[in-house]
Design a protein around this ligand. Sequence first.
Ligand SMILES: Nc1ncnc2c1ncn2[C@@H]1O[C@H](COP(=O)(O)OP(=O)(O)OP(=O)(O)O)[C@@H](O)[C@H]1O
Ligand SMILES: [Mg+2]
Length: 384
Amino acid sequence: MTDMYKEGRKIYDVEETVNPKAIKYTTNAKPKIDPGKKSQLGSGAVKGAGSQTPIESKTLPDIKSVEKSVLQCIIGQDAQVRQIITAIYRAINFKTIKSNVLIIGNSGTGKTETIKQIAKQLHIPYTIEDATKYTQEGYYGADVTDMIYNLLDNTDYDVEKAQNGIIVIDEIDKKAGHEEHDVSGTEVLKSLLKIVEGTKIKISLDEFFEDTVDFDTKNIIIIFLGAFSGLDKIRDKRLNSNPLGFQAQNIAMKEKQKSKFLKQDLVAYGMPEEFVGRIDTIIEMNNLTKEDLSLILKKSKLSIFKKYRSELRKMGISLSYNTKLFECIAERSLALDTGARELSNTVNFIFENILYDILANPGKYKKCTLDLDIVHDNTKYELS
Ligand SMILES: Nc1ncnc2c1ncn2[C@@H]1O[C@H](COP(=O)(O)OP(=O)(O)OP(=O)(O)O)[C@@H](O)[C@H]1O
Ligand SMILES: [Mg+2]
């Protein structure tokens, strides 16, 4: 191995890897840190489920198998899933190519879930941070250093592991359009750039700042998420402003649906240029259709309907229904405009009375038949 491979996360080396599909990376010995000493933090972080497995001497799985596993969970975003996985693999393997990703998509389209699933497959620690909770360093509220602490928290204060983790910054669009020098708006974005660019941040491992380490952010993968509602109007305005003849305009209208967002659209939306300039990949999630929502219920490994079905089965009760039920649930959920998010609410509603009945009469029932109307009236079922 050459020197450039010695620090931090190891990168792909064709000659040394027996299985060309496997990408090997090892980490240096972890520093001795007493996890009991960690600082008290308060912020909107979500614990990374991928942090359980030791990262030492780890082999990154074949990219295709990761894609396949994620697609068993995430429906209707095949191209986007591939783009996100590729961006993460690129960040891990080709450290000289910066890889800051922005994912734009409406609520409940799978932005967060896709990253969680990928991180789980790769055993990479992550933290999901709500950008709206952050203010510029030194002001009241959480600052970007807290993101590092949250990531450390998710690795039981394994600095090496955390330095190779993922920081997901959600609701980034809410930081747009503020006035210059607003400590909670664009100034936060600017202080985030420090992490994005790769810097060493002094981290205290005890309350008295006696035990400190320089936390290197150069290998951290940063993924920004946002709904950016109204960005499509900015894009359309840009497209319409092109001086075109009638015929060309017609073609342009058709193409518009497929037109990508450009960085200039983000700037027009109110994102600072310094920030937008550091984004290397923009990924647009699809809005989920009724068919997608049906498929999530039917096929996805995350389907809440499948979870209920298997729980009932464990209790010895079989579930009987017309498969049109999935469409009915999808239709009702679609009306709320929160994508797949609403599916859980609808399915929980469907099973509310059923669960009560079953729990109130243990061992009494063997079969539960759902009427299609149960989607609107959760008394429409039969237990026998
Ligand atoms: N494409 C999808 N396929 C399968 N399940 C999905 C999909 N999109 C969302 N879900 C499910 O819907 C719920 C919400 O998804 P997720 O948290 O990824 O939404 P989001 O795009 O991050 O939305 P928000 O902007 O509201 O945070 C999760 O339970 C997730 O499993
Ligand atoms: Mg989300």
